[in-house]
Design a protein around this ligand. Structure first.
Ligand SMILES: [Zn+2]
Ligand SMILES: [Zn+2]
Length: 234
């Protein structure tokens, strides 16, 4: 089986994770990673959004961790942005402090337009969504805010996978195979691959001990024969 060498999706005590950034880095080194990102929830997440001074403090902490462990591992600062409306997310205007930007649909968001309100209904199983419209909604935001990775695609709100994969490939955006909740089933992963998607495996770890646990995604990519489309395995 292949091995993950970079994890772009981990949380810490800055949001609702259990470990400090340093504990995540130590766990990543234990797991044999050469890169790890601390990717906290962006500001619009009503429960766990990290904003303002806290983000600057995290950037400082990450810089210090790179000084301390830089000969063994590279520590990146990520941000997991939230879709807030059709084509809109909460990535800040100036994203220069971040090394990697993720974007996903989350439920604890104040809806900023009719689409986001309908999505909330879908996410709580109250209404039926429009998967084509939802794929286009997130792709439009990915393009506008120069997103690198779509986290847990099609989780909570269904997105048309063929359209999402094709659009993401054109924008050079990877689809995440999220190890906490593998949001795409076998059929969807194959469909995404067929339409040109690139993938990254992400732990979405909320505890340091979850870093290094990539087995379900690794097994899926091996079983489905899509390993060559995964950018963070060797
Ligand atoms: Zn998420
Ligand atoms: Zn996350």
């Amino acid at each position: 089986m292949k091995k993950v060498f970079a994890d772009y999706h981990t949380h810490t005590v800055y949001s609702h994770g259990k470990g400090t950034p340093e504990q995540n880095v130590l766990a990543a080194m234990d797991a044999g990673l050469s890169k790890i990102a601390i990717s906290e929830h962006a500001s619009s997440h009503l429960l766990y959004g990290v904003r303002g001074e806290r983000l600057f403090a995290l950037r400082k902490e990450i810089d210090a961790l790179n000084k301390k462990y830089g000969n063994k591992i590279e520590v990146l600062m990520g941000l997991e942005c939230n879709l807030t409306a059709f084509g809109k997310c909460d990535a800040p205007k100036d994203t220069s402090m971040f090394d990697v930007l993720l974007l996903g649909y989350h439920r604890c968001i104040f809806p900023r337009d009719g689409y986001a309100l309908r999505s909330l209904g879908e996410a709580f199983n109250l209404t039926k969504g429009d998967s084509l419209y939802s794929a286009n909604a997130i792709l439009a935001a990915a393009e506008k805010y120069k997103i690198n990775i779509l986290s847990h695609p099609s989780e909570y709100v269904k997105q048309d996978i063929a359209v999402l994969a094709k659009g993401a490939a054109q924008l050079n955006v990877a689809l995440e195979l999220n190890c906490r909740h593998l949001s795409m089933n076998d059929e969807e992963i194959l469909c995404a691959a067929k339409h040109g998607a690139r993938f990254v495996i992400g732990s979405d770890a909320h505890k340091p001990c979850e870093i290094g646990k990539y087995k379900n995604s690794l097994t899926a990519t091996e079983r489905l024969g899509v390993e060559e489309r995964v950018d963070n395995i060797i």
